[in-house]
Write a protein that binds this ligand. Structure first.
Ligand SMILES: NC(=O)c1ccc[n+]([C@@H]2O[C@H](COP(=O)([O-])OP(=O)(O)OC[C@H]3O[C@@H](n4cnc5c(N)ncnc54)[C@H](OP(=O)(O)O)[C@@H]3O)[C@@H](O)[C@H]2O)c1
Length: 287
């Protein structure tokens, strides 16, 4: 299999490349914004038809959730039109497309884990732009998989774990929201699931996240305990934080379909956290 990873310098793209060391791909090629801007249909087409991949894994996105509220046009270009351009290019090249999307396509009001068939209802520009991307992929290419994931952390990303550790190390007070619940997901675990999905001939949408659920506050507590930090941690509400983008109160993804598809679920999020903290040399053992 010849795999083209788009957005390979981002947090997930990097993990997909790293995880390919455990795969028997004929070749894995990574490209990022300098080589291919997915918002340009011609460049997307020429890059994909030049590489002639068996599969394209799209990890490229505009992921600044609050930034999307003001950079609306860019959000819809990168997260909405970009995946559609890749889908058209994949159709031309006879390639499969694995496109990564988000739990933020849901409104968070269900109160139990979301299944793939649940109706999306995004509450933010980011979520709406990602939903448009999903629709542009499925409208333009039959041979596609949309992998929805949540609360990613891993190397090389602007992620919550790194932020908590940096602030704790600097002795800063931490104010973290308790009224948003989700499933933190280790990028390497997701990358492994993507590799397993590539080994199937599944077409459609599938949810992939570490199992279990926690609030951002609970996640921060666990990060600090596992990394051995004492910190001044204050529980706040989303209203108190007043972030520009609205986020779902409960966006846990049901991953039963993935488990049936590849034969195993991703590990619990606590295991993902431990692996990541070990990877960055910060693991001190849980409380
Ligand atoms: N992070 C999360 O918590 C999270 C949660 C759920 C789902 N997801 C989804 O998971 C996927 C991977 O997220 P991530 O956190 O790994 O993202 P990331 O670290 O922000 O990486 C995204 C990559 O895409 C590149 N990129 C941006 N615009 C591009 C364009 N027009 N053409 C080509 N490349 C472009 C970025 O380059 P520059 O850095 O140069 O802009 C960056 O290298 C995304 O689809 C995201 O929506 C993420």
């Amino acid at each position: 299999m010849r795999v083209l990873v788009v957005g390979h310098k981002g947090m997930l793209g990097r993990a997909v490349i790293d995880e390919s060391a455990n795969a028997d791909y004929e070749e894995i090629i990574g490209v990022d914004l300098e080589e291919i801007d997915i918002t340009d249909p011609d460049r997307a087409m020429s890059a994909v038809t030049y590489v002639e991949p068996t599969a394209v894994v799209n990890c490229a996105a505009y992921t600044d959730v609050d930034g999307c509220e003001t950079e609306t046009e860019l959000a819809f270009l990168v997260n909405g039109e970009g995946p559609g351009n890749l889908a058209v290019a994949c159709r031309e090249a006879g390639a499969r497309l694995v496109h990564v999307s988000t739990d933020f396509v849901f409104d968070g009001g269900k109160g139990e884990p979301y299944v793939e068939e649940d109706e999306p209802n995004p509450r933010s520009v980011y979520g709406s732009s990602k939903l448009e991307g999903e629709r542009n992929v499925s409208a333009n290419l039959e041979d596609h998989v949309i992998v929805r994931t949540s609360w990613l952390f891993g190397r090389g990303g602007n992620n919550f774990v790194d932020k908590i550790l940096a602030r704790a190390e600097a002795g800063e007070k931490l104010r973290v929201v308790e009224d948003q619940v989700g499933s933190p997901t280790y990028a390497r675990h997701l990358a492994r699931a993507i590799k397993q999905i590539l080994d199937t001939d599944y077409r459609g949408t599938v949810h992939a996240a570490n199992t279990g659920a926690v609030s951002w506050y609970g996640f921060a507590e666990e990060i600090l305990a596992a990394a051995g930090y004492e910190a001044d941690l204050e529980m706040i509400t989303s209203a108190e934080l007043a972030a520009p983008a609205r986020r779902p109160a409960y966006s846990v993804l049901n991953t039963d379909k993935l488990e049936i598809l590849v034969g195993e679920a991703l590990p619990p999020w606590q295991v993902g956290l431990e692996y990541y903290l070990r990877e960055i040399g910060e693991y001190k053992g849980l409380k």
